[in-house]
Design a protein around this ligand. Structure first.
Ligand SMILES: [Zn+2]
Length: 349
């Protein structure tokens, strides 16, 4: 799912291309993508785009007379900018917005249709689409700490809950926790003042670093490589690849249909987190919002075909028989030697 850095770079590219430009026509490949009936989407035609903004992980186009178009890309939705010289490619186009400068295409890979469009009238209707999470790039440490500790959740859950923090999802939460050297299953209210400050610094640093990196990669072009599994990520999507900080193979916990990637040396004090009991803890701690339910469904379809290696001590082969999982305790294994030769990198995609 495109998160804050991806959405920010999309918005910057859109600003140069459609801000102040008149939307000439809208084409919907399927009526299902449009989740509102009134005002009709045709009411946006022949009107200029007067503003662009991000709400959570949504992109919002403003039109005169308090009209808004909310684009939610969900997991597999992406934007493309098409001109006479540049045609669309790859995933099927679900909707396109024609301007005199070019066309904005919303594509969605796969067969599941989750990306959505909402046409709204009035600020109240727009505000109803804001999950309410704190903007971490502009808030203070005390506001961050208050949001983080308002309830006692795992760090993974707290960071990715759109009602707590805005624009952070599965990918950047993994990167942030690795940067902060904190365990994804540590509970928010158990952090020390120093750890909360470190997490806050890492949230800002990772989101800013990735926004700058994606901006530089796109250059003057429209961003075309938006992915949840960027090759430069430290841990997300890097199962069994060496940690860029210490070389230890990155581990993975699956819970519900989601997953956490972490370095057992940098983040969990050398402990390997057992899959079964940890996944139960995370599952219980997972919100039941529509957005997250949709994320689970998509992840399930994505990972169905991939087998789950049980957590193993680092000296064992990844495909050795799984240990018997404890039903009531988090099993851990010590890393026995920091200087082991690293297992071959395995990528799941
Ligand atoms: Zn490490």
């Amino acid at each position: 799912m495109p998160e804050l850095p991806d959405i920010t770079v999309y918005l910057e590219a859109l600003e140069q291309r459609i801000l102040g430009q008149t939307l000439l026509r809208v084409h919907l490949a399927s009526p299902f993508i449009l989740r509102t009936f009134s005002p009709p989407i045709a009411s946006l035609e022949n009107r200029p785009v007067t503003s662009l903004q991000r709400i959570g992980k949504r992109i919002v186009l403003g039109f005169p007379d308090d009209h808004w178009l909310v684009i939610h890309l969900m997991i597999a939705g992406r934007l493309q900018w098409l001109t006479a010289n540049k045609k669309g490619r790859g995933a099927a186009t679900a909707a396109s917005f024609v301007f005199s400068t070019g066309s904005l295409a919303l594509t969605e890979a796969g067969t599941q249709r989750r990306a959505s469009l909402h046409v709204l009238k009035g600020k109240d209707a727009l505000n109803a689409h804001d999950p309410g999470g704190l903007e971490t790039l502009t808030c203070t440490l005390s506001a961050f700490s208050a949001a983080l500790t308002a309830s006692n959740h795992t760090l993974k859950r707290a960071l990715t809950d759109p009602r707590i923090f805005s624009g952070i999802g599965n990918a950047y939460s993994d990167e942030i926790l690795h940067h902060a050297q904190l365990s994804p299953v540590t509970l928010t209210q158990s952090l020390s003042d120093e750890e909360r400050a470190r997490l806050f610094a890492s949230v800002r640093s990772v989101l800013q670093l990735w926004t700058a990196r994606l901006r530089e990669e796109a250059g003057r072009e429209f961003p075309s490589k938006v992915t949840a599994f960027h090759p430069a990520m430290a841990v997300h999507g890097k199962f069994m690849a060496p940690c860029p900080r210490c070389g230890t193979p990155i581990q993975r916990i699956r819970y519900a249909e989601n997953e956490v990637n972490y370095c057992p040396r940098c983040q969990t004090g050398g402990k390997l987190l057992a899959d079964r009991s940890l996944s139960r803890l995370l599952k219980q701690d997972w919100p039941r919002t529509i957005e997250e339910a949709e994320a689970r469904l998509s992840a399930r379809s994505k990972f169905n075909s991939v087998s789950t290696p049980a957590p193993v001590a680092l000296e064992e082969k990844p495909d050795s028989p799984p240990p018997v999982a404890s039903e009531n305790a988090v099993k851990t294994g010590r890393i026995r030697s920091p200087k082991n030769p690293q297992p071959k990198t395995r990528r799941r995609h």
